[in-house]
Design a protein around this ligand. Sequence first.
Ligand SMILES: Cc1ncc(COP(=O)(O)O)c(C=O)c1O
Length: 305
Amino acid sequence: MGIDFTFVDPDASEEELSAAFRPNTKAMFGETIANPALTVLDIEKFAKVAHAHGVPLIVDNTFPTPINCRPIEWGADIVTHSTTKYMDGHGAAVGGAIIDSGNFDWDAHSEKFPGLTTPDESYHGVTYTKQFGQGGAYITKATTQLMRDLGAIQSPQNAFYLNLGLESLHVRMPRHCENGQAVAEFLEKHPKVKKVTYCGLKSDPYYELGQKYLPNGSCGGVSFELEGGKDAAKKFMESLKIAAIETHVADARSCVLNPASTTHRQMNDEELKAAGIAPGLVRFSCGLEDTRDLLDDIARALEAC
Ligand SMILES: Cc1ncc(COP(=O)(O)O)c(C=O)c1O
């Protein structure tokens, strides 16, 4: 679609982030909790740099969901969700959501956003910022023009499934976090485990950011590396009885995968390293099962590798 990116380290300083801007940069984008590296985004830092360069900050908040983090309150302008994950909760319907804070002043940077600040001939010559104001310009263009052209519209049945999930999201998220914390603590003490990434662990480099942005818990996703590398990861996953090997993540049922050989297999070794993905990394997505059952399953699978 002609969209290009400049990748930056989520831990980059404000100066480094600024230096990554190009004359045609239109937005900054980050994940509150990155999948699968589970780094925590310093939303305030990214918002400050984005706004200094006259562009909005877009945050993918799929993993914490609005129950655990509300990025707009930290300066994000637009928030996105894969609703396929916790929001639906049961993998019943693929979907996504865009939340526009209405806080970004497109007119103040109109040379960067002509699609919003000049007439759209494909939609009765409407100028979105004039017609719908700062609060409605972006989301109206997204829903009238882009959804019309690209067809990204959820079917009524799928919207119904999503709504069922949303009604119990606030009850499910604390349980996912409880299981995530228990699994992370268990893995951290296990002799066959080399490294665990979960921002609820005091030893995690993102613990402080997690306490700031996710004080009530982060998500059910725990990433870890086994001493035995990729082969041990394979054995471990195949030995699990409760958690299923799946590409899907953030579901009511626990699921597990090895990103390097599945979701991220198009990346070469260097790109994998830059994305924080070791060849033997296991992404374990804690579901809603009883914590003791989950720990027993993991303990048994670890014995086998
Ligand atoms: C954080 C995050 N954002 C977005 C997506 C994309 O989701 P979907 O397949 O529903 O478009 C994923 C999928 O794994 C994800 O983990």
